[in-house]
Design a protein around this ligand. Structure first.
Ligand SMILES: CC(C)(COP(=O)(O)OP(=O)(O)OC[C@H]1O[C@@H](n2cnc3c(N)ncnc32)[C@H](O)[C@@H]1OP(=O)(O)O)[C@@H](O)C(=O)NCCC(=O)NCCS
Length: 170
């Protein structure tokens, strides 16, 4: 397997992560998101297939999107003089694993890759990884150390904001 950055001339084969919006994003929109500087997409290739992809953008985590108890927990990772009402973050805007490669640890490996990249190879400060998780993927993120940014009604919400605190790893 290898990880590559999506380029304008990349020729896609088939890809199906069983979420039509995510498939569509990769095959139709991802190149334009890159050219407009909105999101960078990375592909995990295996034997010529796209086994998985993820897209990332700059983000921030802020008090206004959190609840008080969660924000207290977030702030507790920092000394009092560094308490703020927002902190820099990187957002995983899209993440999908092709159905032939699911349940083999690839999704978790991608999250570990992003966590490591933004601790050791970051060009700007970044304390959190954020994601607006599909309700069906919340447990996957929880298993990977992510927390809910606020209490939300999982039945009704289309996506659930979650975060991972990178400062735990340094
Ligand atoms: C969610 C997704 C990225 C997980 O990828 P994956 O490579 O299959 O995940 P992993 O093999 O790393 O799974 C890690 C753990 O999460 C669990 N898990 C995986 N997908 C899950 C899901 N949808 N719901 C609950 N648990 C899940 C696995 O059982 C595994 O648990 P274990 O460590 O106890 O065995 C993949 O199923 C996918 O592409 N789904 C469709 C698109 C999607 O929902 N993307 C997320 C958008 S926010």
């Amino acid at each position: 397997m290898r990880i590559i950055r999506l380029t304008p001339d990349y020729k896609f084969g088939s890809f199906n992560c069983e979420e039509p919006d995510l498939n569509d994003f990769l095959l139709t929109d991802a190149k334009e998101y890159a050219s407009r500087l909105l999101a960078v997409t990375y592909l995990i290739e295996s034997n010529g297939d796209v086994a998985a992809f993820f897209s990332i953008s700059n983000d921030r985590i802020s008090l206004s999107e959190s609840d008080k108890a969660t924000w207290r927990r977030i702030k507790s990772a920092f000394p009092h003089r560094k308490h703020r009402s927002d902190y820099p973050a990187v957002k995983i805007g899209r993440l999908g694993v092709d159905y032939r490669y699911k349940e083999q640890g690839l999704g978790s490996s991608i999250l570990n890759f992003v966590k490591k990249a933004f601790i050791t190879n970051n060009r700007t400060g970044c304390c959190f990884v954020t994601v607006d998780a599909l309700p069906s993927a919340v447990n996957f993120y929880k298993l990977n150390g992510f927390h809910l940014l606020r209490k939300s009604d999982r039945e009704k919400a289309e996506t659930i904001p979650m975060y991972f605190n990178l400062t735990r790893l340094v």
